[in-house]
Design a protein around this ligand. Structure first.
Ligand SMILES: [Zn+2]
Length: 286
């Protein structure tokens, strides 16, 4: 009983099965996977296959002592984690640094970008302020209506039932407005300092990534590319989908100052600028 039957079989494990096992071990924090190994593949949980959208899996080829990322579903969708002397194609890390550099802003444009963004945020705050004022006016009016209602009941101009129905109706509206006031949009305090920090980081984003530890790298990656980045194996490049809009807007804004890229990026910036304020909190965390 319970003795394993020795079968007449050869242990066959395909490369993809091997990779799957590695993936399971990575998730298991019981010490199977040394931290150093995971550190070697910071793009795990970020890199996805452009062909099938699956997350690519990082693994180490023990014989060659090299790290790779691979899509478990698509043949040919794999790449070296790091550059080697032998490898003809760019490594995952090298392409990633190039991608980050695209989001980097030239120092000379920082003051201009800061000015533009300040204008944008002030506009946003102004609109908020106006919304708040409108809500306040409405709130006051409703409170006056309730008071008037009580007086009319007191004077015997309406009966108790009419009072109750009207009061319930007014109270519902008061509750609704209170909710909206409480949901007031994020107030950006100390905009100057926030922008200064965010822009400073964007001047050096690829270097910052390079010097960060695994945890910091992952936060930065997730913030910049919330949907991941997609490896297009055929062209050996990364594609992005919906990167952080604050960062994208800055990059477009920065491009708009370059004479030869001006028209296109200005258009895109104007389209994306409307959503910028919601994203600044995120960018400041990078
Ligand atoms: Zn795939």
């Amino acid at each position: 009983m319970d003795t394993p039957v020795k079968g007449n079989w050869e242990p066959i494990i395909t490369e993809s099965e091997f990779v799957k096992v590695q993936e399971v071990l990575q998730k298991n924090n019981s010490g199977y996977q040394h931290k150093k190994e995971v550190d070697e593949r910071p793009l795990t949980r970020l890199l996805r296959c452009n062909n099938c959208d699956s997350y690519m899996v990082g693994y180490k080829n023990l014989k060659k002592n090299l790290h790779y990322y691979r899509c478990l579903k698509c043949k040919g969708s794999h790449l070296n984690a790091h550059s080697t002397k032998k490898a003809l194609k760019k490594s995952a890390e090298a392409i990633f640094i190039e991608l980050l550099e695209k989001f980097q802003i030239p120092k000379k444009f920082t003051p201009l970008i800061k000015m533009q963004l300040t204008k944008l945020f002030n506009q946003y705050e102004e609109n908020n302020l106006q919304d708040d004022k409108n809500l306040e006016t409405e709130y006051k009016k409703l409170q006056k209506d309730v008071k008037d209602l009580r007086i009319r009941l007191g004077l015997g101009k309406i009966d108790q039932e009419t009072y109750e129905i009207t009061y319930e109706h007014l109270n519902e509206q008061i509750q609704k407005i209170s909710k909206e006031v409480n949901n007031a949009k994020v107030k950006i305090s100390n905009l100057e300092e926030l922008l200064k920090k965010a822009l400073k980081k964007l001047e050096n984003i690829s270097k910052i990534w390079g010097c960060s530890d695994l945890e910091e790298k992952r936060i930065l990656q997730k913030t910049m590319f919330p949907e991941g980045i997609f490896f297009d194996a055929e062209n050996h490049i990364y594609r992005t989908r919906n990167p952080n809009q604050f960062i994208e807007s800055i990059s477009l804004l920065s491009m708009s100052y370059e004479p030869n890229k001006k028209a296109d990026s200005q258009n895109k910036f104007e389209k994306s600028a409307t959503v910028v304020p919601a994203r600044i909190e995120l960018a400041s965390k990078v």
